[in-house]
Design a protein around this ligand. Structure first.
Ligand code: NIG
Ligand code: FE
Length: 412
């Protein structure tokens, strides 16, 4: 099956030669081709270039993209889309003055979602989660990472990871699974934290890795959750079982989790709303991708990741949604890109780099996703007619997506 897209107003994120990520000053450059064509063979990008160089090609379908921008699908490297129910009551409680922390201390927050998850059948959780997956695919997400972390029991964590596997089996989008047993301490372990960490290491990890249910290990490193020492212990255990760390750090406080992540060669360190000089220094010359989650800052009214400072220091940044029931009930990457521009002062070029190629890197997918490169997956967003790609963040409340192709096929 060959698809030819012609007359593309501008083709974004064109990388003739392979790059795994872009850092610092390179982030300001978004390579594009104006008045372009693109050829898809089966599920892959086969060719692209300027219209004047369009080769002779016999196509099964021809799409005329006059006036439209084409770009690689968003790569959302940090989500928790598998969950049961919602936390809309906590949302209202926060409006009425309670903080995220106060709600968590009353047994709400992550423990509230864990209770709901353990009371809900695997089939029902799958049904609720697949609707969220379908929603974000239609919003242009073409690769996604999904975490466990609302089970907090052996059965609950396995149930979540089975749902993630079933989503990966049933949908064309690439899905990466992360084990986040260390998301919070269950109430009955409040006085025996070592006991829960032991359960993660000696019960959950062997079972999960035996069944190949996760590739990454995550820990919520934060005061009131897992200390830096506990985070290191859990990362080390995960590494022994063949998992790569990708961790939650610096959401509310800078405790040293960034340094611990870099030391253990974490693929990414995520959140980073509170960064000090040392956190930035330690990320320089590392292979660890800093991931910002601006929808979380927006929803919780907490600081935004200091992108300008980080980019000036030469660091790359990836952008992701953090889609979850507590801190970010939205999986809209278009909103993430817009918010990064509006609130974090990233330029549209930087934000699009962060949400495509750097997002792919942050979930180990840059070989196949995140740019217009021959041989990569034909995961593409075709916009509605627009004046320029600046419209994507500028018109922050509009849906400018006309169609989405995943693995060379239009979503219907
Ligand atoms: O990334 N911060 C930790 N975990 C999630 C929120 C979890 C929740 O509130 O349910 C996050 O923001
Ligand atoms: Fe998260």
């Amino acid at each position: 099956m060959t698809t030819l897209i012609t007359n593309i107003k501008e083709l974004l994120q064109v990388r003739e030669t392979f790059v795994s990520k872009v850092s610092g000053a390179e982030m300001a450059i978004l390579p594009t081709i104006k008045n372009a064509f693109l050829i898809i063979k089966d599920n892959l990008i086969a060719d692209f270039g300027a219209m004047e160089n369009l080769p002779d090609v016999t196509a099964d379908q021809i799409i005329d993209a006059t006036g439209r921008i084409v770009l690689p699908c968003w790569c959302d490297s940090h989500t928790h889309i598998v969950y049961a129910g919602n936390r809309e009551q906590e949302f209202v409680d926060r409006i009425n003055g309670l903080s995220y922390e106060e709600i968590a201390n009353r047994g709400g927050g992550i423990l509230n979602s864990a209770k709901k998850l353990n009371e809900t059948s695997e089939e029902e959780i799958y049904e609720q989660s697949r609707l969220r997956l379908e929603e974000v695919m239609n919003l242009g997400t073409g690769a996604i990472e999904i975490k466990s972390g609302y089970g907090l029991t052996v059965e609950g964590e396995l149930k979540m990871l089975q749902v993630i596997k079933k989503l990966a089996d049933n949908y064309p989008i690439s899905i990466k699974a992360t084990f986040l047993g260390a998301h919070a301490f269950p109430l009955h372990y409040e006085e025996n934290k070592e006991g829960y960490i032991d359960e993660i290491i000696s019960k959950m990890l062997p079972e999960i890795t035996k069944n190949k249910l996760a590739e990454y290990i995550d820990v919520f490193c934060e005061s009131g959750y897992f200390s830096v020492e506990e985070t290191e212990k859990i990362m080390e255990a995960g590494i022994r079982f063949g998992l790569t760390p990708k961790i939650h750090v610096n959401q509310f406080k800078s405790l040293g989790g960034v340094k611990a992540g870099v030391k253990h060669k974490a693929l990414s360190v995520d959140h980073l709303e509170n960064m000090n000089r040392e956190d930035i220094e330690v990320l320089k010359d590392s292979e660890t991708m800093p991931v910002a989650l601006p929808s979380c800052s927006y929803f919780l009214s907490i600081p935004y990741t200091p992108a300008r400072e980080m980019i000036s220091a030469g660091l790359p940044i990836a952008l992701a949604t953090d889609f979850n029931p507590g801190s970010t009930p939205s999986g809209n990457m278009n909103f993430v890109v817009a918010t990064a521009c509006i609130k974090m002062k990233m330029t549209p070029e930087e934000a699009i780099n962060a949400a495509t190629i750097n997002g792919a890197y942050a979930m180990g997918l840059s070989e196949t996703h995140g740019s217009i490169t021959k041989g990569k997956r034909a995961n593409l967003i075709i916009t509605k007619p627009v004046s320029s790609f600046y419209q994507i963040p500028y018109a922050f409340g509009s849906n400018l997506i006309e169609s989405v192709l995943i693995e060379g096929k239009f979503l219907v």
